[in-house]
Design a protein around this ligand. Structure first.
Ligand code: PEP
Length: 253
């Protein structure tokens, strides 16, 4: 059975104190409100990794993620953080291929394939992001565009490794814009991605792959999005910075 996952992407936000407050609130609400059957993944900026890990402790259902990792194993790559280092600090997930990384840091499908392999080699679960620009959606080529991102970065993996990958479909036009894809648009794309994964790795593996939706998800629209058959959770930006909203989203299945 595939997992339901809500991953919070803090992006480049939160000072030390703010991050501690947010994490403590999330952990306490998650426990007090007995949130069940969902994995909440906190993905703070790198310096928060260790202190956030300490606050999460062994809380069942809450996991720790990072927002990026290096394509290299180790060595003289100033400013980079490897999957190996992250794993040694107890990180379990890593967001890879976010559209902001693709756009501002010119990460392409080939580089992302290397990052995915690094993550998997060190036991991290990649949350692999894909999604189309508004221009591509208007041109009607969004499905082939997003399938291509998966083919190029993931289809070289062994079935054993692919089975560990989580996908996040994030239409770029919906990220941070307040403009959400409709639940039907999300479902259509998630089903297409699942069929695409099945065409390479088989139906069973595809049916067990969690596919998250990302793009202006919030407590007001999460229920409808998650009611769709192929939407297994969300990658949440803005709303993950507010504990109440984030927890309400985890309770929206
Ligand atoms: C994201 O950063 O992955 C995201 C979906 O952001 P937001 O929820 O703010 O649109």
């Amino acid at each position: 059975m595939r997992k339901k996952i809500i991953a919070g992407n803090w992006k480049m936000n939160m000072t030390f104190d703010e991050g501690q407050k947010l994490t403590s609130e999330i952990v306490n609400m998650f426990k007090d409100e007995a949130v069940k059957d969902v994995i909440a993944v906190l993905n703070p900026p790198f310096p928060h990794i260790f202190p956030v890990k300490k606050l999460i402790g062994d809380t069942p259902g809450i996991a720790l993620g990072a927002q990026n990792c290096s394509a290299m194993e180790s060595g003289a790559f100033t400013g980079e953080v490897s999957a190996k280092i992250l794993a040694s600090f107890g990180v379990q997930y890593v967001i890879l291929g976010h559209s902001e990384r693709r756009e501002y840091f010119k990460e392409d499908n080939e580089l992302l394939a290397l990052k995915v392999k690094q993550a998997l080699a060190h036991g991290l679960t990649p949350i692999f992001c894909c999604g189309e620009s508004l221009e591509i959606r208007m041109a009607g080529t969004h499905e082939s565009n997003v399938k291509f991102q998966l083919t190029e970065s993931l289809f070289d993996l062994s079935p054993e490794d692919m089975a560990k990958v989580v996908i996040a479909y994030e239409p770029i036009w919906a990220i941070g814009t307040g403009k959400t894809a409709t639940a039907d648009q999300a479902q259509e794309m998630h089903a297409a991605l699942r069929r695409h994964i099945a065409s390479k790795f088989g139906k069973e593996l595809a049916n067990n792959t969690s596919i998250l939706y990302g793009g202006s998800a919030n407590p007001g629209n999460a229920k409808e999005l998650f009611s769709k058959e192929d939407v297994d959770g969300g990658l949440i930006g803005g709303a993950s910075l507010k504990s109440r909203d984030f927890i309400d989203i985890t309770k929206s299945f």
